[in-house]
Structure formats: structure tokens, C-alpha cells
Write a protein that binds this ligand. Structure first.
Ligand code: CMX
Length: 133
């Protein structure tokens, strides 16, 4: 099974965007976490069934900084939770999807994560994630 887990939004400054989304959702950010390997600081919100992850780059040349430089702030990726990330990588590779990392890495919020190139998914960066048990 593969089901939506969160929506990732690239922002320039969490100090501005956290209060903005708190007003929008009428709910507090429940967690912030820095992911050193991705050069991002993240902030999480839960509204209804939907989880939103705000992403701010921690370096001037990080992935999220580069994205904002090119496209501006906005939708960065959509993440899907899977039961077995290795099985899904194998299945989706056989279907022709190109992975940016075939070895899952540790992401935010206690997940193993990997990414499918947006060029092979209609322009959307897709993250697969599996909760670490
Ligand atoms: N969504 C959709 N398209 C994207 C994109 C995104 N998030 N990021 C880049 N692109 C597009 C670019 O606009 C470009 O399109 P064009 O060729 O039409 O101009 C194309 O993808 C390739 O871009 P690039 O500049 O050659 O490559 P980048 O160096 O920008 O890298 C990508 C793009 C997707 C390979 C890189 O961002 C990546 O490896 N991402 C996976 C890891 C990641 O996103 N980590 C941050 C989040 C971590 C977390 O959630 O914890």
C-alpha cells in the first residue's frame, strides 16, 4: 500500500512562515527538526488528515535554497508512506521511475526516505518514506 504522508513546501524563513501557517491552519507547529544530511530545517503541521512540512535551507547552496532561487517559495515535494521502501523502490524501478537515491536515507520525523526524479513523475518531486519501527 502507498498512501499520502505529507506535502513539503520550500520557504525562505521559518521565522516568518511558521506563524503564517499557524494562522492559516489555526493550529500550532508541533515540531521542528534539522536534517543535517539534506541541509534543511523542517517544521511540521497537522491539519485534519494532512501533514505539512515546511523546509528552510540551512546553507546558501542547499537543495532547497537552489529550488527557491530557481522557482521561488512553494510546493517542493509530495511524500507517500510505504510499508517496505526497498520493495517499492524495486517495483517502481521496474516500472521505469528514476530514483535520486536508491539507498534510503534517514529523513525527518523518524522516516527512511528516498526520492523519485521529478522528470519521471510529471514534474513532481516524489518522496517515498517508511516509518522506522
Ligand atoms: N520539484 C519539481 N521539479 C524540480 C524540483 C522540485 N522540487 N527541483 C528541481 N526541479 C526541476 C528543475 O526545475 C529542473 O527542471 P528544468 O530542467 O526544466 O529546468 C530539473 O528538475 C532538474 O533540476 P536541476 O537544477 O538540474 O537539478 P537540481 O540540482 O535542482 O536538483 C533534484 C533537483 C530534484 C535532483 C534535487 O532537488 C534532489 O536531489 N532532491 C531530492 C532530495 C531533496 O529534495 N531533499 C530536500 C528535502 C528533504 C526532506 O524532506 O527532509
Amino acid at each position: 500500500m502507498i498512501h499520502p504522508e505529507h506535502i513539503g513546501i520550500a520557504v525562505k524563513d521559518l521565522n516568518i512562515s511558521i506563524p503564517l501557517f499557524e494562522k492559516l491552519f489555526k493550529t500550532n507547529c508541533y515540531k521542528t527538526e534539522t536534517v543535517e544530511s539534506e541541509n534543511v530545517k523542517t517544521a511540521f503541521f497537522k491539519t485534519g488528515e494532512t501533514k505539512i512540512e515546511l523546509l528552510q535551507s540551512t546553507t546558501d547552496d542547499g537543495i532547497v535554497a537552489k529550488f527557491i532561487g530557481k522557482k521561488g517559495e512553494g510546493l517542493h515535494h509530495i511524500a507517500f508512506e510505504v510499508e517496505n521502501i526497498y520493495d517499492e523502490i524495486k517495483r517502481l524501478k521496474e516500472e521505469g521511475f528514476i530514483f535520486l537515491n536508491e539507498r534510503p536515507k534517514k529523513g525527518a520525523d523518524n522516516k527512511m526516505i528516498c526520492f523519485i526524479h521529478p522528470k519521471t513523475a510529471n514534474g513532481i518531486l516524489i518522496e517515498l518514506c517508511e516509518t522506522i519501527k
